[in-house]
Design a protein around this ligand. Sequence first.
Ligand SMILES: Cc1ncc(C[n+]2csc(CCOP(=O)(O)OP(=O)(O)O)c2C)c(N)n1
Ligand code: SF4
Ligand SMILES: [Mg+2]
Length: 313
Amino acid sequence: MSEAIAEIPLRGNISAVPAPPDSGLKALTKKELAADHPTWCPGCGDFSVLALYFKLIEKRKLQHDNFVSIAGIGCSSRFPYFVQAHGVHYIHGRALPFASGISLSRPDLHVFVFGGDGDAFSIGGNHFTHTARKNVKLTYVVMDNWVYGLTKKQTSPTSPLGFKSKTDQWGAVDYPINPLKQAIAAGATFVARTTSTNPHHVLAMMEAAMDHDGFSFIECLSECVEFYEGAFDAANPRKGGMFMEVPKNHDTADEVNAYRLAGADFPGYFGIFYNVNKPTKNAKEADINKAAMEKVKGLKDWQILQKNFDRLR
Ligand SMILES: Cc1ncc(C[n+]2csc(CCOP(=O)(O)OP(=O)(O)O)c2C)c(N)n1
Ligand code: SF4
Ligand SMILES: [Mg+2]
């Protein structure tokens, strides 16, 4: 085994531990984190999610080399452009597999993925299911606005029945998906819901998700003021709506009850629906890698190759 290979960190300790308050590390300021001026429409809910992401990084004293922000395509997916840090604006619906690769190869990083309802549940629907069931350690925040914003108002998988759009001029006829139920059923180990109009709650959900050792999913309602104005008024007390938290006595390990709560009529509940610990893909692969490395311990690269050739004979 060459030294270069031996130095690749093993994937055992997959919990990227945030800098403790007394670590001496300086919290990054918003100035050090903000990149390009966001190009979202004034009033777009996504601004709030970005501001709270900055707050999270500042509060947890993450440094530029501790975290990465990844997204697919959409208004919401423009997210990494606006963060002055390592990030990727990837292919539509494909942010999760890209992020999984980063998470598996760099267990020391906090991997955050952002995107929209179209990106997550339409074109990226399969990846959502499979990343959840594999329990890859990363945090996925879906800014759900019930519409395709970037492409100017098409029906999305979360648009409610009757929603009039360019693809459903007479009103949507297809039943919307329920992101929370979908995540729970797929095997996500942390499932939460929040809304961009409640900053404290968004931050609390992001912190809890980031601390979860596994696939953590947050549905964050984020209004598209341009193409679906008022969609979430019923969830906003400032607009006469109701913000109801997941009942305090809800057992977040109770999958059936989490599913039941997720099925509540809009505006439904906000908070953590489901939170369980299960071995991650990261940890399982770490074990496999460790065992494989053990077998070739002390051998030079050419000797490992020779062993492989011998086996093929
Ligand atoms: C392969 C591919 N198909 C279609 C598109 C066009 N497209 C770009 S963004 C988008 C939908 C975005 O909707 P959503 O994920 O909800 O993000 P939002 O803009 O609402 O934040 C579509 C269909 C594309 N860029 N690439
Ligand atoms: S079109 Fe909608 S989602 Fe896109 S930036 Fe404007 S308000 Fe936000
Ligand atoms: Mg959308």
